[in-house]
Design a binder for this molecule. Structure first.
Ligand SMILES: *[C@@H]1O[C@H](CO)[C@@H](O)[C@H](O)[C@H]1NC(C)=O
Ligand SMILES: *[C@@H]1O[C@H](CO)[C@@H](O)[C@H](O)[C@H]1NC(C)=O
Length: 415
């Protein structure tokens, strides 16, 4: 009797527990497309690109309010795969519980130049899981030989709009991990990006020709820039990003071409750098260009053993090749640095090396405290105009833009 009662009660409890989740699945079910139903194999060895594209076609053709392409746990090998829109639903979700892996045979990715690409998609959330591009074989090739392929970018967005990238890990990219290009309104939150400290050109996130991108709560360890900001970037917001190892957060390289779109309205807030070569950097080619970077705010950064915590470098000319004018035309103006503290790994912690023909204008600094081996660090200025307030260690070397300076600048830029 007692026994029967027990079973009875537990059956009821069981049903109470199971039924709601069953209904959730069935209401969701109509709009959830599991890649396994399209022939995908989670064995880490079968190329799943055709299966994923079949699932994507089904997802994209579905006009429900929300549609999900689901990747369950397991390891899914993918050759270069391009997911093209537009899709019929206004809210498409790619939900990943498993691992997407690339082949370590980098020759498979060379022709495409990407591993995974979303093109012309609007209203997409890409969420969860892990992407492992297996790039170490290519890094080793590049370390030993000169004739290696360039490699592929891991996850690329082109002509995309209203995109959310949430809570996933990107490992071992051959080149840039994540690229946001010609896109708008993209929210990147809670990513974990890791490539080896010695891996070449493995930028964490690259933004270019895009507007309204936000990058928050993200950890980046890599061999190149943690975040690189290319031409035509506007209204970019970066907050709570941790970087290192890597080359820091970099606006640039700008001004490689004579004609290029400028960078405008970039906010970098409450970021942390550890053991990086640079912290907050603006970098331009030593070539003539109509490019610019303006309305830039760096507010809140901690530096732990960073080689160049604050740097503007307008003398970029790798191998001294292809920089005929010897001056950068990129105009850098209206840049604010405030609330920045910590340790520099070199004596010069603030380095403004601006262009003689396009001096930096309107740099303002407030509350900067950077030390080198327990002593105040140093600052260095070249064609850099602006002002400083509050605590300034090292003391500022910015020139105030007095009228005589303006005349001098006019003289310089006329020559
Ligand atoms: C600058 O960008 C931010 C988003 O990062 C946006 O909210 C703000 O409106 C922009 N400001 C201007 C003047 O465009
Ligand atoms: C640096 O700034 C952070 C945030 O404002 C603060 O928590 C920390 O105590 C500061 N460190 C030093 C050494 O001033």
């Amino acid at each position: 009797m007692l026994m029967a009662n027990d079973i009875h009660v537990s059956t009821i409890l069981f049903s109470l527990f199971i039924l709601p989740s069953f209904f959730l699945h069935s209401t969701d079910g109509a709009a959830t497309y599991n890649v396994l139903s399209y022939g995908a194999k989670s064995d880490g060895a079968t190329d799943n690109s055709a299966a994923f594209l079949k699932a994507w076609s089904a997802v994209c053709a579905q006009s429900d309010a929300a549609v999900t392409m689901y990747v369950p746990s397991g390891s899914f090998l993918l050759h270069p795969t391009m997911f093209t829109g537009p899709c019929k639903s206004k809210s498409t979700v790619v939900q990943i519980d498993g691992n997407l892996v690339a082949s370590s045979d980098y020759n498979l990715y060379e022709a495409a130049g990407y591993w995974l690409k979303f093109k012309n998609v609007q209203g997409l959330t890409f969420e969860g899981g892990q992407l492992d591009a297996k790039g170490s074989a290519l890094w080793e090739c590049k370390a030993q030989k000169t004739n290696c392929p360039d490699g592929a970018r891991s996850l690329v967005f082109n002509d995309a709009k209203d995109i959310k990238l949430k809570g996933f890990t990107s490992l071992n990219s051959e080149l840039f991990n994540i690229v946001i290009d010609t896109s708008s309104n993209v929210q990147v939150d809670g990513l974990n990006i890791q490539s080896a400290a010695t891996s070449p050109n493995t930028d964490g996130i690259h933004v270019e020709q895009s507007s309204g991108v936000t990058i928050t709560n993200t950890y980046i360890k890599t061999g190149d820039d943690c975040i690189s900001i290319g031409q035509g970037t506007q209204n970019l917001w970066i907050e709570k990003v941790t970087c290192g190892p890597g080359h820091g957060i970099s606006i640039g390289s700008l001004g490689k071409s004579a004609n290029e779109a400028g960078v405008q309205n970039v906010t970098v807030k409450n970021v942390a750098f550890s053991g990086t070569t640079n912290g907050l950097r603006i970098k331009s080619w030593e070539r003539s260009s109509n490019g610019f970077a303006k309305q830039i705010l760096f507010d809140g950064a901690t530096m732990d053993n960073v080689k160049n915590p604050i740097i503007i470098d307008q003398h970029y000319c790798p191998h001294n090749e292809g920089c005929p004018t010897e001056n950068s035309g990129v105009k850098i103006s209206n840049v604010v640095y405030k609330n920045i503290n910590g340790t520099s790994a070199t004596q010069v912690a603030v380095d403004f090396s601006c262009s003689a023909s396009a001096p930096c204008q309107g740099i303002s600094m407030a509350n900067v405290q950077l030390t080198y081996k327990g002593q105040p660090a140093k600052s260095s200025c070249e064609h850099a105009f602006g002002s400083a307030t509050g605590t300034m260690v090292p003391s500022s070397c910015l020139q105030s833009s007095s009228s005589s300076n303006r005349r001098l600048m006019a003289f310089v830029s006329n020559n």
